[in-house]
Design a protein around this ligand. Structure first.
Ligand code: PLP
Length: 372
């Protein structure tokens, strides 16, 4: 059996163990400790944002971002439709309701025209959750301008886009509150974890307070607000610090994989996931869409790759098509299931693991080409 080729799996180096060993040697294995503080500072400095709070997951970061944005039960929150469910679930944790906003075709992210339309329908909405799918920055200028015009808080879900930039600025720094993830499949991993990124110290402090059970400064355990156990451990942060040293290297390997696919598929009726010239994606996953006139289906390609022990996966299934969100509104410019539904029907994520060799990637390309 050939080695399995993954969509994206952890790539560990060596520095991770140095930071973890230091945590053991100093007996700081609990949440809090030097690695947590340093990881927050190092990531904030890398991104160019004021403050970071290290948490147990990207989902926890999104949850606290939604709380910081002041979302209340019964509120409407505009959310990217074509995404992983973790982008939008925290809205429900706070008792609010998502309104799903369709994608555009230039980046596959939230369509500014659909967002405008949603504000016409729900002028009181005060919060927008925007994802940068597969590491490709969204149309940030347009979306930020619309949010500002409607006095709505922008939350960026940069879980997949760490190290991607838009007009030279890092994703995860444009929103008022932003989230990144260090889950095992992301561009760097801490084995699991995430961070909330923000511009005000008071917001980071509040997130850390909620994340440690909302303990008030009393000798006894005093709670005046609902708390959570969301803080990152010092061991996990040590792995993250070691990985952060390799983020740029991971990004350039991902970029090479993308362009190798692009060249390898020349002449086929397929397109790579697109991006804007003013942005620099992190190329977390390389994806294709098959041209509408072509009879080959993504599922045929997925099964042909699976037969060779190569992992491929359909694009994220749009949130408005998920049974759990059947009663939510969906705002689109096109009819039917919108651009997101069309991309889902024609798209596939390909092996994008940075440990994949050039020979292995040539095999993936050969299998795909064999179907056309
Ligand atoms: C992975 C991911 C998350 C969640 O991050 P976790 O650390 O796994 O909780 C959120 N949004 C998107 C788009 C993701 O891909």
């Amino acid at each position: 059996m050939k080695n399995r080729l993954f969509l994206s799996s952890p790539t560990i180096h060596g520095e991770e163990q140095v930071f973890v060993k230091e945590a053991f040697d100093t007996n700081w294995v609990a949440p809090l400790g030097k690695n947590v503080n340093e990881f927050e500072k190092e990531l904030a400095a890398y991104l160019g944002i004021g403050h970071a709070a290290a948490l147990t997951s990207g989902t926890a970061a999104l949850h606290l971002a939604v709380k910081l944005a002041g979302v209340k039960p019964g509120d409407k929150v505009f959310c990217s439709d074509l995404t992983f469910s973790a982008t939008v679930n925290p809205v429900s944790y706070e008792g609010a309701k998502q309104v799903f906003i369709d994608s555009e075709r230039d980046t596959w992210n939230m369509d500014p025209a659909a967002l405008e339309k949603a504000f016409e329908k729900y002028p009181d909405c005060k919060c927008v959750v925007l994802v940068h799918l597969y590491g490709t920055p969204a149309k940030l200028d347009e979306i930020r301008a619309i949010c500002a015009a409607h006095d709505a808080v922008l939350i960026e879900d940069a879980a997949e886009s760490l190290s991607a930039t838009y007009k030279g600025q890092q994703t995860g720094t444009f929103g008022r509150y932003n989230a990144v993830s260090f889950n095992g499949n992301k561009i760097i991993t801490s084995s699991g974890g995430g961070m909330l990124l923000c511009h005000e110290e008071s917001a980071a402090a509040k997130a850390r307070f909620w994340a440690t059970q909302s303990r008030e400064p009393f000798p006894w355990y005093q709670h005046e607000e609902l708390g959570y156990n969301y803080r990152m451990s010092n061991i996990v942060a040590g792995i993250g610090r070691g990985q952060l040293l390799h983020l740029e290297e991971h990004r350039s390997l991902k970029e090479r994989i993308y362009h190798t696919y692009e060249k390898g598929f020349a002449g086929l009726p397929v397109k790579m996931n697109p991006y804007l010239d003013c942005s620099r994606p992190n190329f977390w996953l390389s994806c294709i869409t098959i041209d509408p006139a072509c009879a080959v289906t993504p599922e045929q390609i997925r099964l042909a790759l699976e037969a060779e022990n190569m992992e491929a996966r359909p694009l994220w299934k749009p949130m408005h098509m998920q049974p759990v969100f059947a009663d939510r509104d969906f705002v689109a410019v096109e009819g039917g299931d919108g651009v997101g539904g069309d991309l889902f029907a024609r798209g596939l994520c390909l092996p994008s693991d940075i440990k994949m060799t050039e020979e292995e990637q040539a095999e993936v390309i050969r299998v795909v080409r064999g179907l056309f």
